[in-house]
Design a protein around this ligand. Structure first.
Ligand code: NAP
Length: 256
């Protein structure tokens, strides 16, 4: 899967981004924009035949030589561990920005109706997988500048979105993610580790995930392009003093 020999980077001081969950939607848009900016990208998909990604990977490999694709399924600890081991084997790798973007929404998921399996699926993909991915990366000793988690306004406890009928498992999973993110940031601070930990709400973004008929009016839908162009600026504007904070794509602090 690794299309680009490491030697290509030997004498280049490129900013390196790792996008986890880059086959479609917001993750794919990160790759597209970062390629345009000439940055070095490590992108993960969970299936090598992901149809949305394949055109871009082909182009990235032959044209720019700056995008490397790996397999990582965040529902599988084994897959996460194998992926991180591949990165750890790269000589002199440093990652400036990690974006843990992968997530799922199976709509509807109501507390009064959802199955045990459905609830667990959301928690595993949206909370446990992202945190374990970050944990394994941090344990690998690869120098990492910032880890940004793709959270959601649905996961905010302080701004409970009561009208979101059918979002119970999704919201609870993002809320669990948020709490684990705060603990992660606090633990790193105690260890004097200066990796910056951020949570992000990308806005209401027109992707496959948002392509559902909701019985309420979703205000202010934006394109993946607008969301990502703004999120890149937000991510790059944060320092260690911001670790353990939650932001919107418009650079507004969001309530946990
Ligand atoms: N769109 C919005 O309005 C919105 C709002 C708030 C938050 N978010 C969050 O933003 C993130 C991206 O959402 P999106 O709108 O771009 O959704 P999307 O178009 O449905 O894309 C989801 C991405 O996550 C990947 N993924 C799902 N399960 C995975 C797994 N087990 N392992 C690895 N990758 C996995 C998918 O890969 P496959 O192609 O293999 O399925 C896909 O690349 C999510 O965390 C979502 O919760 C989105």
């Amino acid at each position: 899967m690794n299309q680009i020999p490491d030697v290509l980077y030997a004498d280049q001081d490129l900013t390196t981004w790792l996008i986890v969950g880059a086959s479609r939607g917001i993750g794919l848009e990160f790759v597209r924009q970062l390629l345009q900016r000439g940055e070095r990208i490590i992108a993960t998909v969970r299936e090598p035949w992901a149809s949305h990604a394949s055109g871009l990977w082909g182009q990235a490999g032959s044209d720019h030589g700056k995008c490397q694709m790996y397999i990582c399924d965040i529902l599988s600890e084994d897959s996460i561990v194998k992926f991180v081991a591949q990165l750890a084997a790269m000589q002199n790798l440093k990652i400036d920005y990690v974006v843990i973007n992968a997530g799922v929404l199976r709509y509807p998921n109501r507390s009064t109706e959802m199955s045990f399996e459905e609830f667990a699926f959301h928690l595993h993909t949206n909370a446990i997988g992202p945190i374990i991915t970050a944990q394994k990366l941090l344990q690998s000793n690869i120098p990492i500048g910032t880890i940004t988690f793709m959270s959601s306004d649905s996961g905010s406890q302080g701004n409970f979105r009561e009208m979101e009928d059918g979002f119970a498992a999704y919201a609870a999973s993002k809320s669990a993610l948020n709490m684990a993110i705060r603990h992660l940031a606090a633990e790193l601070k105690r260890k004097d580790d200066d990796t910056i930990i951020l949570a992000m709400h990308p806005g209401e973004v027109a992707t496959d995930m948002a392509n559902i008929a909701l019985p309420w009016d979703v205000q202010g839908i934006i394109t993946p392009e607008e969301s990502v162009v703004k999120m890149i600026d937000v991510i790059q504007s944060k320092g260690i003093q911001h670790s353990g904070t939650f932001w919107t794509y418009e650079n507004k602090p969001y309530v946990w």
